[in-house]
Design a protein around this ligand. Structure first.
Ligand code: LMR
Length: 394
């Protein structure tokens, strides 16, 4: 039977991870997978995470199953972190998932269950795994233009024009903040226009928010999501704790379904719990318990927020340093957009040939569409990268 299997298309990001690991050069620079690294090139365990783990180790008395929806201390804490008081609690159904990817997958499955044969609009470009999962599930994909190759900002007019082609009942996938892969984000006026369009055309938004706290701050990064959640009758929100808590391998995420018709909550929650059961029964608990411990303790929460802010500011500093260095080397402002992008990623906007040259000649690893993980840099490697970008002909 196994001979009937077909080779699956490789994931571009994970493939790059392997290529980087195989490269023997000392000077290589990893700007591939979206993992934060500090100035020493280490992905540290955050202080509050270590403290929470110690507390859990001391106090936890059982490892028996949680519920299918996960621990309510986790879903409640995360809901407040994401939405504050933008939406009434009775409107929200939330389940813990296996990481942000699990939340995305569950959200897509829910959409498919609600509307078999329905369509989902995704930004062009988007995280490649969005496309892979949708293809796997056999959900029809429609794309809306998003990135302006000239300005390296959002091509908002094109986005709105394309979304006007959506039909009632279509779903629209939006990145809550820190757009992956471009780093270009909507402003609040644009979020409002998107909300108006969603309402006018009766579209279902699904927001993927995996980088809250990595852009302009915890509150600022959630503002677009809160605006949508409080403006439309129904929406889905997939969130991740991998990056902002630095607990990548613990696989900690959450899917929220919001309905202004609060009577829907029992059915929606039960369906999401069933989807968890069908996929893996109970969602993983350890990461969720760490997050719940931090969010529900004033001192740990304050320490986590302070460390997250250091991480955010260090990425902003690297962005500015890179933009300045490229300005100095080229004598032009054509890379100034790097300082304006937010989150871990920026799309440099160079050809695949230049991306390839950067990798083979300079040991610089970025995704083929020229997505760079800014957090893979440090103050020593920024000038090396800037020089390589210029020398490679960008
Ligand atoms: C990324 O985009 O690099 C991250 O979200 C990691 C992943 O799973 O692809």
């Amino acid at each position: 039977m196994f001979e009937t299997l077909k080779k699956q298309p490789a994931d571009k990001i994970l493939q790059l991870m392997l290529m980087y690991a195989d490269d023997p050069r000392d000077q290589k620079i990893d700007l591939g997978v979206g993992v934060y690294k500090n100035a020493e090139g280490v992905t540290p365990i955050m202080r509050a995470v270590k403290a929470a783990e110690k507390r859990i180790w001391d106090e936890q008395t059982t490892k028996t199953y949680t519920g299918l929806t996960g621990d309510s201390a986790f879903t409640g804490g995360m809901t407040r972190l994401l939405l504050a008081d933008a939406v009434a609690p009775e409107a929200i159904s939330a389940v813990a998932t296996t990481g942000g990817t699990g939340a995305v997958r569950l959200g897509f499955e829910l959409i498919q269950m609600m509307k078999p044969g329905g369509r989902i609009w995704i930004s062009d470009p988007t995280w490649p795994n969005h496309i892979a999962i949708l293809n796997y599930l056999g959900i029809e994909i429609k794309t809306y233009r998003y990135f302006d190759a000239e300005t390296r900002g959002v091509d908002f007019d094109a986005m709105m024009e394309d979304l006007k082609g959506a039909e009632a009942g279509d779903a629209v996938l939006l990145h809550g903040c820190c757009h992956n892969p471009t780093g270009a984000n909507l402003n609040m006026v644009q979020w409002q226009e998107v909300a108006d369009l969603l309402n006018a055309r009766r579209l279902l938004p699904m927001i993927d928010i995996a980088y809250q706290g990595f852009g302009d701050g915890l509150e600022e990064d959630a503002a677009g999501t809160r605006l949508i959640a409080s403006s439309v009758p129904e929406c889905l929100i997939a969130s991740s704790c991998s990056k902002n808590f630095g607990i990548y391998r613990e696989r900690t995420g959450m899917l929220m379904a919001i309905s202004a018709d609060t009577a829907r909550k029992p059915l929606v929650l039960d369906t999401m719990a069933t989807l968890n059961r069908l996929a893996y029964s109970f969602p993983p608990d350890h990461g969720a318990r760490i997050v719940a411990t931090i969010l529900n303790d004033d001192a740990l929460r304050a320490d986590w927020m302070a460390e997250l802010e250091e991480v955010r500011l260090s990425m902003l500093g690297l962005r500015q340093q890179l933009a300045d260095e490229l300005q100095r080397l080229t004598g032009s402002d054509r890379f100034a957009f790097l300082a304006g992008h937010r989150g871990m990623f920026s799309r440099l906007g160079v050809s695949p040939e230049i991306v390839e040259r950067l990798r083979t000649d300079y040991g610089v690893y970025m995704v083929g569409d020229s997505r760079m993980n800014i957090a893979g840099l440090n103050s020593r490697t920024v000038p090396l990268l800037a020089q390589a970008i210029v020398d490679a002909g960008a």
